[in-house]
Ligand binder design. Structure first.
Ligand SMILES: NC(=O)c1ccc[n+]([C@@H]2O[C@H](COP(=O)([O-])OP(=O)(O)OC[C@H]3O[C@@H](n4cnc5c(N)ncnc54)[C@H](O)[C@@H]3O)[C@@H](O)[C@H]2O)c1
Length: 259
């Protein structure tokens, strides 16, 4: 059941990477329900289209689209997406959520160089490329405000067995976001990071039952989170309700690893 917050994002153009699944998909749905036009960007066309088909679109001026993009590819790929939006909507997105992400778990002692590189490439460099392309477009067109949201992880703060690559990428995303916040404030662009704990998505479906039960027992609230519970925070950070918040990291963890 959707909270009453209603239409905070009316007439906002929003770009959501990783929008085809899990947290990104929930963000797309929440943004659409608040009146935004949503660009569902994902490496998987099928997933992006599936999300697109689920979006509410009956509010004023709403027009959604799916875009196939590999965020890790290159600066050119990220700029291409932003340019194609500007062609269609005559403006760059003023809200960007970087939810595209992958895991390739292994113990430090066994991890292959390629596994390390790939996770950094998608999670960290992908967030850099997309954030940079959107910020450049916003600054170039003189947009009065923008909100960038990155998806880090609580694991970036506390570490996690089997995830040296992932934890490093997510710690990097936080540092990137804080720095972007400092540099972009003077252009009216806010940048914040959400740090989910254990959320039920296709990503965590891969984790063995035994490990999930162990994890659940560590969560003070006693359960995994739902993608919509992360999406609610993203909608807050995207909207003017958070107008004096920038450079923040918001934990959405049910109390896991309270520090
Ligand atoms: N599920 C959790 O418990 C959890 C916890 C903390 C952080 N996160 C982060 O939240 C984000 C979303 O995770 P999720 O659980 O929804 O995972 P998910 O696997 O359900 O969704 C990730 C989406 O990203 C897309 N994607 C992957 N690589 C891409 C690329 N190179 N370019 C564009 N799109 C790409 C996938 O196709 C998929 O649709 C990730 O950044 C993840 O690290 C998840």
């Amino acid at each position: 059941i959707m909270a009453a917050a209603a239409t905070r994002l009316i007439s906002r153009l929003t770009l959501v990477t990783g929008g085809g699944s899990g947290i990104g998909q929930a963000v797309c749905q929440r943004f659409a329900s608040e009146g935004a036009s949503v660009v569902v960007a994902d490496i998987s066309q099928e997933s992006a289209n599936e999300t697109l088909g689920r979006l509410q679109g009956d509010l004023r001026g709403q027009s959604h689209m799916a875009a196939v993009v590999d965020v890790s590819l290159s600066f050119v790929a990220a700029v291409d997406v932003v340019l194609s939006l500007q062609t269609r909507y005559f403006q760059p997105p003023s809200v960007c959520v970087n939810a595209a992400g992958i895991t390739q778990d292994d113990f430090l002692l066994n991890m292959e160089e390629e596994q390390f590189d790939r996770v950094i490439q998608v999670n960290l460099k992908g967030s850099f490329l997309v954030t940079q392309a959107v910020a450049q477009a916003l600054v170039a067109c003189g947009a009065p405000k923008g909100s960038m949201v990155t998806v880090g992880s609580i694991v970036g703060k506390v570490g996690n067995i089997g995830q040296v690559n992932y934890a490093a990428s997510k710690a990097g995303v936080e540092g990137l976001t804080r720095t972007a916040a400092k540099e972009l404030s003077r252009f009216g662009i806010r940048c914040n990071c959400v740090l989910p704990g254990f959320i039920s998505t296709p990503m965590t479906d891969k984790v063995p039952e035994k490990v999930l039960n162990k994890m659940k027992s560590l969560v003070p609230m006693g359960r995994m989170g739902q993608p919509a519970e992360v999406a609610d925070v993203c909608a807050f950070l995207a909207s003017d309700d958070s107008r004096y918040i920038t450079g923040a990291s918001v934990e959405v963890t049910g109390g896991l690893f309270i520090g």
